[in-house]
Every structure is written in structure tokens, then in C-alpha cells.
Design a protein around this ligand. Structure first.
Ligand SMILES: [Zn+2]
Length: 445
């Protein structure tokens, strides 16, 4: 963490004369950093006073820095009739950061608009833009800023996007051996389609990129169509689609097929054309990864047939469906042990008896009432994934060709050895990573 203080200050003094704000940002980052690490011998306050609007710049930078510090995914800046409230969304839960005087609302929103190239004189219409903002000398953050007028003033939501991050490692996903065996088997085939299924907010890209990382990009032509590009892998051709200029997934996929691809990753199948193109690509000796928005693995088969893809093509292309859900992991610093009741124990025995060593008593963990400092008092820290891996079998193929119901498909898949997402979850509760309460709040909503 080294930076040239003298250089930044020189730059800021120069800029303070012509009132430009970019270099000033660097200075005020140091100002706020000095509060945290108290490493500054320099009288930065002197420069601070010299710069116009510096307080608001500092204040907004402070919001951003704290959001990054606390691993927030979104920043909400909301005016009410009394004050301006700043909240962070951390692991799906809102945590209030600060509130400001109502008189500061114009300046805060104006500052964010300037940072994100939005019109500062427009207060009646919603505006949004995606930018990469250089918060300080060596740290840029990608964010999507959205401003919408409310009855009090404009409300601003900032989604913090990850940038230059590496694809996740397998251990972060925590795929249990019973699922791992199946995934491994299908990754060795030469052509197929694998669909990852996700309800909103379950970080599908993490799984997709983990699957992609099985292939050597220097030996294969790996191309992606994404919205947005989240991770970057060396040698992989990442393409960002842009529906605003009619660069859709379908159009991108048509072009990609002329690019001599081996492996194609399509971010999402939303429409008939993309579905058909993806299926055709996989039966013409390509490996296709994609995602589709459904609730379970069996539901996905129905969804793709409903997109007017011939069931015969579905059975010959689709090899595996990975359905995933994401929940919060219990904070390791404050989780509490307890002995489960007889009712809960019986529920576990009924569902996952195969994975239970001790069927007589059951010790589980739950969140501590007030949490602790380390988890911002929200009891949960980080995330844990749950999977359901459906393999295409001869029996399933027959059912698909007979236009069977979702339930029939599901029963057959379980019969063929699929461990359901609920079972995978219970196994992870058993391993003390998450709680029954979290299971109930996510799985049945
Ligand atoms: Zn805690």
C-alpha cells in the first residue's frame, strides 16, 4: 500500500487553483485513510480547507470506502422527510451506515451524478449509468449508478461490481463429493450443453466460471457472451452484450459460431432464438454452458422445451443441469451450539439418513442473538452454496420425449441418484456451516 503523498499533494494544490476535482479525490482518500491508520504526519487538513466542496467529496468517498470495507454489494442513499439515510446491503441484509442532514441531499446526489457522468440538472427523470470510478490512486471500482426521483428527493442506488477478480476456487463453492463425481464425469465429454440454474441473486457466474476453469484456454477457443462481464480469465474471449444497440445474446451467438469456437459460455438463455442456437451449437460438436432462470433442475427441462426447442434435440444435447441456491453462512465467531429437538432430528433422519453418522442425537449450530462485531451484528458472514446435479439418463430421455410433467421428471431424477438441493442443504446444516432458520427463510420463499 504505498503511494506518493508528496506527489498527490502537489497535484491537489495545483488543482485547487483551477478547481478540478479528480486529483482532489486522491487527497481526500488519504484524509479518510489517515483516520483509519493514523499514519499521516502531514497537515492534510490545511489542504482540505483550501478546496471547494471538499467536504462533500470526502463524505461521498467515505461512503464508498466503508461500503468496500464492509463488503457491501449495494449502497442505498435515501432521502426521507427528515434526513438522508445511507444503508449498505451486506449479504442481502441492510445495515444502516449513517444519516445526514436533509440540507446535504442536493450536494451528495450532485457529487454522485458528477462521478457517474449523469446530468446534474435533471431531477424529474430516472437516470442510470455504469462507470469505472477511480476512487484513489490504485483502486478503481466498477459500479452501476441508478437515480430515481421519489416524493422527497432523488434516491440513489449504487451496485458495486467486482473487477479484475479471479474466477472462484472450487473450495469456495463447496461441492459435496456426491455431486462432484457427476460433474467431473460430464466435463470429460466432448460436446454437450450444461445448464446452471439459479433463482435471482445466487451468483450463477461463480459456478459457470469454475466450470470454465476446467479447460485450458491456450489449447481451446473459449468465448463468452456476458452481461455484465464479471470475472476475467486470461486467454478467454469475454464479450459484453449490449441490447441497447441490438447486440443480443442470439446475435452474439450467431457470430460466435463463425469464430471457430470449442467452448461457448452464454450468460443467459432468455428467448426462443438463443435457446435453439445454443442447443444446435452443442449438437454440432461444441461445448455450451449457459444459465436459465428456473427454480429446480427438473423445471429447467420443461422451460427449455417450452421455448420451442424440439424435445429430441433437448435429449441429445443436454447432459447435465446444475441447480444452485445461495444462503448465508453462520458467522464462525459467534455461532452457538445446541441440541436439536426430537422433531428436527427425525426430519434429518428421514431426509438424509445416509449421511448421518449418529442417528440418536443431533448437535447443530444457530446464530447468536446479537451477533458480534466481526459480522456487523447480522449473525451471518460470507455465503454457502447448495447444489442439485441432474444427469441425463435413458429414463429421463424417455420421459422428456413423452412430454412428462415436472414432478415425474423430478421423481425419476431422484430415482437415478440425484441428491436434491434440500438434502444438500441439510448435509451442510449437519456440517455446521449454516442454520435451519436460514434454510427455512431461503428454501421456502
Ligand atoms: Zn458474528
Amino acid at each position: 500500500m504505498d503511494f506518493d503523498l508528496q506527489k498527490i499533494i502537489k497535484k491537489s494544490t495545483k488543482h485547487s487553483k483551477n478547481k478540478s476535482s479528480t486529483a482532489v479525490d486522491d487527497l481526500f482518500w488519504i484524509e479518510s485513510k489517515s483516520d483509519w491508520w493514523t499514519n499521516s504526519d502531514l497537515n492534510l487538513r490545511y489542504y482540505w480547507n483550501k478546496i471547494e466542496d471538499s467536504y462533500i467529496i470526502w463524505l461521498v468517498n467515505d461512503i464508498f470506502l466503508n461500503a468496500l470495507w464492509k463488503r457491501a454489494s449495494d449502497i442505498h442513499i435515501e432521502p426521507t422527510d427528515e434526513e438522508v439515510i445511507v444503508r449498505f446491503r451486506i449479504d442481502w441484509v441492510f445495515v444502516k451506515y449513517k444519516s445526514f442532514k436533509l440540507s446535504e441531499k442536493d450536494s451528495i446526489i450532485a457529487r454522485i451524478k458528477i462521478m457517474s457522468y449523469l446530468r446534474i440538472d435533471e431531477h424529474r427523470l430516472p437516470q442510470d449509468w455504469k462507470i469505472s470510478y477511480r476512487l484513489f490512486a490504485w483502486k478503481a471500482i466498477d459500479m452501476r449508478v441508478s437515480v430515481i426521483p421519489t416524493i422527497y428527493w432523488e434516491k440513489c442506488v449504487i451496485r458495486i461490481l467486482k473487477k479484475d477478480t479471479e474466477a472462484p476456487k472450487l473450495k469456495d463453492l463447496w461441492i459435496m463429493p456426491y455431486n462432484m463425481v457427476r460433474i467431473d464425469k460430464h466435463l470429460k465429454n466432448n460436446y454437450w450443453m450444461i445448464l446452471a440454474v439459479w433463482p435471482t441473486g445466487s451468483w450463477k457466474s461463480t459456478t459457470l466460471f469454475w466450470l470454465l476453469s476446467h479447460f485450458d484456454p491456450s489449447q481451446k477457443n473459449i468465448s463468452t457472451l456476458e452481461d455484465p462481464v464479471e470475472y476475467r480469465i486470461k486467454w478467454v474471449n469475454h464479450t459484453q452484450i449490449n441490447p441497447a444497440i441490438d447486440f443480443t445474446f442470439a446475435r452474439g451467438l450467431r457470430s460466435l459460431l463463425r469464430q471457430d469456437p470449442d467452448i461457448i459460455m452464454v450468460w443467459e438463455i432468455r428467448d426462443e432464438e438463443t435457446a435453439k442456437l445454443a442447443v444446435e451449437a452443442s449438437i454440432t460438436w461444441h461445448i455450451v454452458f449457459s444459465t436459465i432462470h428456473t427454480n429446480s433442475a427438473a423445471h429447467t427441462i420443461q422451460r427449455i422445451v417450452n421455448l420451442w426447442v424440439d424435445p429430441l434435440l433437448v435429449t441429445s444435447s443436454l447432459r447435465m443441469i446444475i441447480s444452485q441456491r445461495l444462503a448465508r453462512k453462520l458467522c464462525p465467531y459467534c455461532k452457538e451450539k445446541y441440541e436439536a429437538s426430537e422433531k428436527i432430528k427425525n426430519f434429518f433422519v428421514k431426509n438424509i439418513w445416509k449421511y448421518m453418522k449418529n442417528k440418536d442425537s443431533l448437535t447443530l449450530y444457530k446464530a447468536k442473538e446479537w451477533g458480534c462485531e466481526k459480522c456487523n451484528h447480522i449473525w451471518y458472514k460470507w455465503r454457502v452454496w447448495f447444489f442439485e446435479v441432474l444427469e441425463m439418463t435413458e429414463w429421463l430421455e424417455k420421459l422428456i420425449l413423452n412430454n412428462s410433467s415436472r414432478l415425474q421428471l423430478e421423481i425419476q431424477a431422484i430415482w437415478d441418484g440425484m441428491v436434491t438441493i434440500k438434502q444438500d442443504w441439510l448435509v451442510k446444516v449437519l456440517l455446521w456451516e449454516t442454520s435451519i432458520e436460514e434454510l427455512l427463510s431461503v428454501l421456502w420463499t
